[in-house]
Design a protein around this ligand. Structure first.
Ligand code: 13P
Ligand code: SF4
Length: 303
């Protein structure tokens, strides 16, 4: 079957089954192209909460599909690549968070959506990279355990200096692979090139960035400013929406910035997900119920 036939089959199955395809900006180009909705993790969570479709096919990683299921438990949520995980999310477990909480005493647990559903059940509120600063500012508690990304946590700490923010020792291997020496090499050749970086990048990168933002933030910086050359301080997938909007821009990607799990979904797996209705996200009722609360608290703040 050629690619055109595959595209037709996916579109036909989607209509027949009243399904919607959501895709993160780190997915491969053909997946982003065929999706009904692309976005960062916050926009995708909002889209999942608003869709009327019976089936949500989530082209992303497991915590994102789980978040969609938690928000819309009555819908069938499918993850086309069953093994697409997020190593950052695996830094925290429910037990380790509970242990830390006991040790620290009176703290509010703010968990990045890049966590397992179980960790969400013991969190006070969730956040994404797009709203982490606003979430931490908005909650009444002043002592916060921020789980699991220490870089995003440090970024929040800098932007909310009046609160005590305790960090978890987790990191994203993709964003921390972006190194200062590689950015400097590009800047040496193109001194006018500006760096837009994701807050999951290390401090040395955040300190030299011209803009810091979620994947949408990086895309907006590249598309909405008149800067000609942009160094992409996040996963390479964001170049697809940027190139679509501003093909004339010169983008510099870092070769290490590839999320292997986001690249596990391909067109065949997407077709099979629709055809066989696999791999369905299933979570026990108590997890669905308790993980929903911190996500809804976040969504209420945002929408
Ligand atoms: P966004 O919240 O920017 O979509 O990022 C999700 C993610 O996994 C970053 O690595
Ligand atoms: Fe997880 Fe990093 Fe991949 Fe995002 S880029 S899904 S944080 S491993």
């Amino acid at each position: 079957m050629n690619n055109e036939e595959l595209i037709d089959e996916i579109n036909t199955l989607k209509k027949q089954k009243n399904a919607v395809i959501l895709a993160h900006y780190y997915e491969i180009d053909p997946i982003q192209a065929i999706a009904d909705f692309t976005g960062d993790s916050l926009a995708l969570a909002v889209a999942a909460s608003k869709t009327d479709a019976a089936i949500i096919v989530f082209c992303g990683v497991r915590f994102m599909a789980e978040t969609a299921k938690i928000i819309s438990p009555q819908k069938k949520v499918l993850l086309p690549a069953a093994d697409a995980g997020c190593p950052l999310a695996d830094f925290a477990t429910k037990d380790t968070v509970l242990r830390k909480k006991k040790e620290l005493g009176d703290v509010a647990v703010v968990s990045y959506v890049n966590t397992t559903a179980e960790v969400k059940t013991v969190s006070d509120i969730c956040c994404t990279s797009a709203n982490a600063v606003d979430v931490v500012k908005a909650i009444p508690q002043n002592r916060i355990l921020f789980v699991p990304d220490k870089n995003l946590g440090e970024y929040v700490k800098k932007n909310v200096p009046d609160k005590e923010i305790l960090l978890w020792d987790g990191y994203c291997y993709v964003h921390t692979a972006i190194k200062k020496k590689d950015i400097l090499k590009i800047k040496e050749k193109y001194p006018d090139a500006k760096l837009a970086a994701h807050p999951e990048c290390s401090k040395e990168i955040r300190d030299m960035a011209d803009a810091i933002g979620s994947t949408t933030g990086v895309i907006n910086f590249a598309t909405q400013t008149n800067i000609k050359r942009v160094i992409i301080g996040t996963e390479q997938g964001v170049t697809y929406p940027i190139k679509k909007k501003v093909p004339e821009k010169e983008l510099f990607i870092l070769k290490e910035a590839i999320c292997k799990d986001m690249k596990k979904t391909d067109m065949l797996k997407l077709r099979d997900a629709l055809l066989y209705e696999r791999y369905e996200i299933k979570l026990p009722a108590y997890i669905l119920e308790n993980a929903r609360k911190p996500i809804q608290r976040m969504l209420k703040l945002k929408t």
